[in-house]
Design a protein around this ligand. Structure first.
Ligand code: DX5
Ligand code: ZN
Length: 233
């Protein structure tokens, strides 16, 4: 495939044991995780309530891995500095949840974090077009946000190909690297096709934390990702 060879696995803490989060983070990084995906839900933008900046701050000393904060909150700007101070490395948000997505992206970067937009299954990729220079990550939701353990929506594969084309076009004009992340229903049996469609960063919650051997499942996922390099979907 004509794209950056770097791939990453980002376990979502949503399916971890919340009573042992620090240990879960250490174990999953030890098992080979690249990023820690940290789902923030506010019972407003999505019908669920999870973790805030205090939990991010508490986990920060447990790992040097990148903490990838996925904001499912509305509004977004007030909480961004709190996560930056809490040690987040990457902060992504849903553009329709911000009055001013360009301003929110700029704010994240000014605070020293990598910035990204998140696209729900029905949200158009056109939100990318005028902020390409401000994106470090594009995250495509392959389920409707709010809960772990849902099924992958197959139409995400075509959308991934479109997003990859936009990123390739941008980079061919000298643009910066932009990670293409996918989140929701990523499993061992679909990760190769997801890779083949253009994703380079794979969030997986229930598939990893629901497995008794984190090292085994992460290694198996990596092997499937490699297979995805050679197939077309
Ligand atoms: C859903 C979250 C996802 C979720 C993924 O709103 O953003 O990160 O935890 O969980 P699985 O991999 O179980 O679909
Ligand atoms: Zn997420």
């Amino acid at each position: 495939m004509n794209q950056t060879p770097t791939t990453r696995i980002a376990p979502s803490l949503l399916s971890a044991d919340f009573a042992r989060l620090g240990e879960e983070v250490r174990n999953v990084v030890e098992a080979g995780a690249d990023w820690i995906h940290f789902d923030v839900m506010d019972n407003h933008y999505v019908p669920n309530l999870t973790m805030g900046p205090m939990v991010c701050k508490a986990l920060r000393p447990h790992t040097t891995a990148q903490i990838d904060v996925h904001l499912m909150v509305e509004p977004v700007d007030a909480i961004i500095p709190q996560f930056a101070q809490a040690g987040a490395n990457i902060i992504t948000f849903h553009p329709e949840a911000s009055r001013h997505p360009d301003r929110s992206l700029t704010l994240i970067r000014e605070l020293g974090c990598k910035a990204g937009l998140v696209f729900n299954p029905a949200t158009s990729l056109h939100w990318m077009d005028y902020v390409m220079d401000k994106l470090d990550v594009v995250l495509l939701m392959s389920v409707n946000p709010g809960f772990g353990g849902q099924s992958f929506i197959p139409g995400t594969l075509a959308k991934l190909r479109q997003a990859r084309q936009k990123i390739l076009a941008w980079q061919s004009q000298g643009g910066q690297a932009i990670a293409l992340e996918v989140d929701g229903g990523v499993k061992l049996d679909n990760i190769a096709a997801i890779r083949a469609a253009g994703a380079d960063t794979f969030v997986a919650g229930s598939a990893i934390f629901g497995h008794k051997d984190y090292k085994k499942i992460i290694s198996s996922m990596r092997a499937e990702i490699l297979k995805g390099e050679t197939i077309s979907v």
